[in-house]
Design a protein around this ligand. Structure first.
Ligand code: UN1
Length: 497
């Protein structure tokens, strides 16, 4: 048993009860290959039970004044803060990201708790003049009821907080399917919610596969909204199923994010930012930089500087503070990355560094891959178009600012982009013309802050946003209310003077 965990077998959390499973799968530390814990693989009936509990609890929760609902979120925030180090260590063990990043991820959860707790005293609606005399009109947010959330392994706690905290403060109950690769964060968060006094049934965790648990959630008639972060293929299937049922769905599905380096850029700064956004989390972020679009006049200088720094990156177990690049989540993800290296070579891109799985003694039980840089890539090659989700960067030379913007936009995704330039006119043009939900100037493509909307255009999603106050739009409906205090029948559009 791991000393940081009080159990060998995780349990579902349904209606405030911890329920053992029948079937379990091992959870493997991607750095060491060791089994850390076992996660239940629940049947679809567990979703039914969770929804029953959620529905019952939500009725009362929606009547609790929002500032009081927020009090619970404040307590959750303080507990997350208190346990930040323990959570970060567990996160590194199950996900592999290096400790520094794991701490940063827990911090996102803490920030989200306090930010959404503040919304408890806002949740603004609008009053609007009515057409008729002695009549009052307003619109207000109301909870949708039971919310389903399906979250990925790459940010197992932050993304869960982006979705559950706005849902909870707005008066909903949540049924949550975390990724089976990283269930410990879900287990810990559920425990914290319980300790913070979140009423039973408001947060329910059902562990299991997408095929069984996810599918049951998507098709459950009493789950009114599905909020999903994950792969494009799964997201499209969920959207189709929700479309059929007229169920609201919010999707966030990745990116092919670029850093643009113009000829007037501070190259050393750009190199630092590229390293951090491309190889941090081993490139396993939706926001990771996987393309560098560089002006041809600084291409060679940039390549040289990048190469010198990439070779210094230490790869290994993220629990070691000196390590900068941790493992890949599992063997299947590793195989996918290897396949793209072959594709890149066949397409005629030049491999400058990396492209290898590490198999020496100290790496052999984990899934390690070297930070990789391809150059002379053409924007239409598959390695420059498809999401690889690993530490693989394609360097694409361009001749002008206009071409850089065009290459940036010419992909299926639209999550994050960045430009390095010191030309103020280009800064303003770029922030207008880069077709992504997030734009950075003189900073890398990662590091979104929780009080701004997170999401993207085109194949990245379906127009909704996670985090930011905009997340409330996913978890609330607008209700228009008219109060006529004239004492007589006043017909809108007709009885106007
Ligand atoms: C993700 O990869 O899905 O902006 C989330 C960032 C982090 C969140 C990434 N704050 O890189």
């Amino acid at each position: 048993m791991n000393k940081l965990l009080d159990t060998q077998k995780l349990a579902n959390y349904i209606g405030g009860d911890w329920m053992e499973g029948n079937e379990y799968a091992p959870v493997i530390n991607p750095a060491t290959g060791e089994v850390i814990v076992h996660v239940p693989l629940s049947p679809a009936s567990a979703v039914d039970e969770a929804v029953v509990a959620a529905r019952a609890a939500q009725k009362e929760w929606s009547l609790v004044p929002a500032p009081q609902r927020a009090e619970v979120l404040y307590r959750i925030g303080y507990l997350l803060k208190e346990r930040k180090e323990k959570l970060a260590q567990l996160l590194t063990m199950e996900n592999g990201k290096v400790l520094e990043e794991a701490r940063g991820e827990v911090q996102e959860g803490i920030d989200m708790a306090f930010y959404m707790a503040g919304e408890g005293r806002r949740l603004f609606g609008q009053t609007t003049p009515a057409e008729l005399k002695d009549k009052f009109a307003m619109s207000q947010r109301v909870p949708v009821g039971v919310v389903g959330m399906i979250t990925p392994w790459n940010f197992p706690i932050a993304i869960a907080t982006w979705k559950s905290f706005p849902a909870i403060v707005a008066g909903n109950a949540v049924v949550w399917k975390p990724a089976t690769e990283t269930p410990i964060m879900a287990y810990e968060l559920a425990e914290i919610c319980e300790e913070a006094g979140l009423p039973k049934g408001i947060l329910n965790v059902v562990f299991g596969s997408g095929r069984v648990v996810g599918d049951a959630m998507v098709h459950h008639k009493d789950i009114r909204v599905i909020s999903f972060t994950g792969s494009n293929e799964t997201g499209r299937n969920i959207a189709a199923a929700c479309g059929q049922q007229l169920k609201k769905v919010s999707l966030e599905m990745g990116g092919k994010n670029a850093v643009i380096v113009m000829e007037d850029a501070d190259l050393d700064l750009a190199v630092e930012a590229i390293l951090w956004s491309a190889y941090g989390t081993s490139g396993q972020r939706c926001t990771a930089c996987s393309r560098v679009i560089v002006h041809e006049s600084v291409k060679e200088a940039l390549e040289e500087k990048l190469l010198a720094q990439i070779e210094k990156l230490s790869i290994g177990n993220g629990l070691d503070e000196a390590v900068k690049v941790g493992p890949i989540i599992n063997k299947a993800a590793l195989e996918k990355i290897k396949k793209y290296i072959e594709i890149g070579k066949k397409e005629g891109a030049r491999l400058l560094t990396g492209g290898k799985e590490l198999t020496e003694e100290k790496y052999k039980n984990g899934n390690f891959f070297t930070p990789t840089l391809f150059t002379n890539v053409n924007g239409s090659m598959r390695i420059a178009q498809e999401e690889i989700f690993g530490p693989v960067v394609s360097l694409i030379p361009v001749k002008s600012f206009e071409e850089a913007i065009e290459v940036n936009n010419n992909v299926e995704y639209g999550l994050s982009s960045s430009i390095f330039t010191n030309d103020v006119n280009r800064v303003f043009k770029a922030q207008r013309d880069l077709d992504t939900g997030i734009v950075y100037v003189n900073a890398g493509t990662t590091g979104a802050e929780i009080h701004l909307p997170f999401g993207g255009t085109k194949g990245t999603g379906n127009g909704h946003r996670d985090s930011g106050v905009q997340a409330l739009d996913v978890f609330t409906e607008w209700k228009a209310v008219y109060i006529d205090y004239s004492g007589r029948l006043q017909r809108a559009q007709i009885d106007i003077e």
